[in-house]
Write a protein that binds this ligand. Structure first.
Ligand SMILES: C[S@@+](CC[C@H](N)C(=O)[O-])C[C@H]1O[C@@H](n2cnc3c(N)ncnc32)[C@H](O)[C@@H]1O
Length: 280
């Protein structure tokens, strides 16, 4: 099913990217939407529904805003939009202002460590979409008991769990890895004190089902921490169309509330977003 995307984060991305497309040559509104769809087609290799369809109303809104600011102009006879001199300068300015600092994923991971630092080390933590154990090892080194799971379902992730297990051997007991898809993970309800995930939600085939499973597996009062790409101009400048596989702040809030999470907090760390939510 085709899902169009809208909301402030998508608009923020469009304010930048429409200027990029119009700097190449003038285009109609329909051509702009189609070009974005075409350029995001590579996202399909990560998630079959990952192609970006921008809602037409959102494109109208952005074009009219750019027009008011003198960044674009409309040739109404041909229905074509073109970038102005001011628009070209504005695009360069956005690029300068939205440059990300290096190592923001590391900073996001450090933020998770700081948010769990005052909890007992007997806490049991699940790392979903662990890959080769990026977060799992960091948490285990803090003294927590950690289980990392990964579906190993992507081309590059086929042997992730095997590699993580190899690395875990010399560590001794408190970090363990298993191959499993979170949606079908065979564990009792209310098992984990925390569930964490880094850069994995965006490539999950059915994010809603995954979130539902995460909620089920958390203990009451347990918290979910998720690092993923920031949807908007910073995320786009650092990761291109790949960042648009992730959920925007608004989409996150809608999904988390739908599945019963509360105390939702979000931290923007340049091109990454850290989401925190609690099971009631
Ligand atoms: C980009 S990697 C991130 C790995 C690691 N967390 C990191 O930050 O380096 C995303 C991982 O999510 C895994 N994944 C995708 N869908 C999943 C699912 N439904 N359940 C568990 N893991 C999944 C993929 O196999 C892949 O290894």
């Amino acid at each position: 099913m085709r899902r169009t995307r809208s909301g402030p984060s998508i608009r923020e991305f469009l304010h930048y990217y429409v200027l990029v497309l119009l700097a190449e040559h003038s285009r109609t509104r329909r051509e702009l939407i189609e070009e974005i769809r075409q350029r995001s087609i590579g996202n399909r290799s990560y998630r079959s529904s990952g192609v970006l369809w921008v809602a037409s109303a959102e494109m109208d809104n952005v074009l009219s805003n750019l027009l008011d600011r003198g960044f674009v102009e409309l040739d109404s006879r041909r229905g074509k939009w073109a970038i102005t001199w001011h628009g070209r300068r504005a695009r360069r300015r956005m690029e300068r202002e939205n440059q990300s600092e290096a190592d923001t994923k590391e900073r996001a991971a450090d933020k998770i460590l700081s948010l769990v630092e005052d909890t007992p080390c007997s806490s049991y933590i699940l790392d979903v979409g662990t890959g080769q154990g990026y977060l799992a090892f960091k948490l285990a080194h803090e003294g927590f008991r950690v289980l990392g799971i990964d579906s190993c379902s992507l081309q590059y992730s086929k042997d992730s769990i095997e590699k993580a297990q190899e690395q875990a051997r010399p560590e001794g007991g408190n970090v363990e890895f298993r191959q499993a898809d979170i949606r079908h993970f065979d564990q009792p309800d209310d098992t984990f004190d925390y569930i964490v995930s880094s850069q994995a939600m965006h490539c999950m085939e059915n994010q809603r089902e995954s979130l539902k499973a995460i909620y089920r597996l958390l203990k009451a009062g347990g918290r979910f921490f998720c690092i993923d790409y920031l949807v908007g101009s910073k995320g786009f400048l650092a990761h291109g169309f790949h960042c648009l596989l992730a959920s925007s702040r608004e989409e996150w809030t809608e999904m988390l509330v739908e599945y019963g999470f509360s105390n939702i907090r979000m931290y923007e760390l340049d091109d990454y977003l850290l989401v925190e939510a609690e099971k009631q």
